[in-house]
Write a protein that binds this ligand. Sequence first.
Ligand code: PFF
Ligand code: NA
Length: 454
Amino acid sequence: MSEIKQHPQWSSRFAFILAATGSAVGLGNIWKFPYITGENGGGAFVLVYLACIALIGLPVMIAEVMLGRRGRQNPMSSMQTLAQQEGRSSAWSLIGSVGIVTAFIILSFYSVIGGWALSYIVEGASSQFVNADTETVGNLFSNLLSSPLQLILWHSVFMLIVVSIVGKGIKSGMEKSINLLMPLLFILLLILVGYAWAQGEFSQGVSFLFAPDFSKLTTEGVLAAMGHAFFTLSIGMGVMMAYGSYLPDSVSIAKTAMTISILDTLVALLAGLAIFPLVFANGLEPSAGPGLIFQTLPLAFGQMSGGVLFATLFFALLSIAAITSGISVLEPVVELMEEKLSIQRQLGAWISGGLIWFLGLATVFSFNAWSSWYPLDFIPWFQEKTPFDIFDFLVTNLLMPLGGLAIVIFAGWKMNQAKLQQELELGTLWPAFYSGLRYITPVGILIVFIYNLL
Ligand code: PFF
Ligand code: NA
């Protein structure tokens, strides 16, 4: 038996909810959800996305947190221990090790986009948006993207913040920062939705988001919707498992996972409601891509009274939401280095952060020098994709759903049923949940994959 150090725990259920919500709510909701919804034609995509959250995302999150709490170590060691207990192959620990690779790739591009948000704090505060028209705002954004130096600077700032917080340990770093800021972000989003309602093409925006037109839905769109359900909930790669490893035994996992999923979905829908009415009112294209929020929200801030303050605050809160997500991606990596390689937390955070920073340069150049370099053009899935597009597709649409598939198969088919039932305390909901976990969720993931392979 290897010796296991006393593993720290969250101070309460609330602390865990805050940290897990901090992980879930981030750029995925406010930057990514609107732009991929725009690229995939709106309502039908949103409907599939919501179905994926409920039928796939929620069960995966419950299973993943549960495995983490039973394992009480980093995801790789947790899966090793659990597989051993259940008399299963140690190959299940691959969930943890693949998750580490996924974490590296995600944080490498997440940090670059987080850098965009950071740089917009400065733009907002220096009144760059005041009375700006579509063209000015567009130029502001393309100037940022065309300058590798700027992008690297902000990417470095983002990584430095994440590394220094993770290096100190999540308890001191995380719990406090999310407490106050998350509700504030929510309020600002509501203000933006109010503005979009008063000044934008609100009903056109609403019907774009919620009136499904299935002729616009492609099989890639369905894959993207499923992938985004994983990305936005931070599941399928061990992050929630790592957070679950700090969760006290008395907490109801199902209730907590439900709360997190609902909050995350609300933030994404609010972001969509704020953005699309502005897109239509200003004659912009919903399918503008990754720049969508950076080209629409500044227009609103530029026209509203108090806009300088609101813009500054909004991009600051968006940056903080991105940082708390970034922290959660780095956490399992550092947890693993600490427990498996006995590398001190501080040092582990700096080493892994440095490597991730370096990998991030590929994303930086994807928006300028390499913007028409498609390194994997010969593979159908990766055609016309820049390094950034490849990273994003690989982790979001392939690695995370595969990780989620492995997690539900382990929980649903390889674990002792009585233990699972006892751990989850679902009462009368148990039979429905258990058959969903065994059949609906894995079959759902497989169907989406198989359709895309054909
Ligand atoms: N869920 C985060 C978001 O929506 O912005 C992104 C993310 C965080 C993905 C942590 C994966 C992860 F492990
Ligand atoms: Na999210």
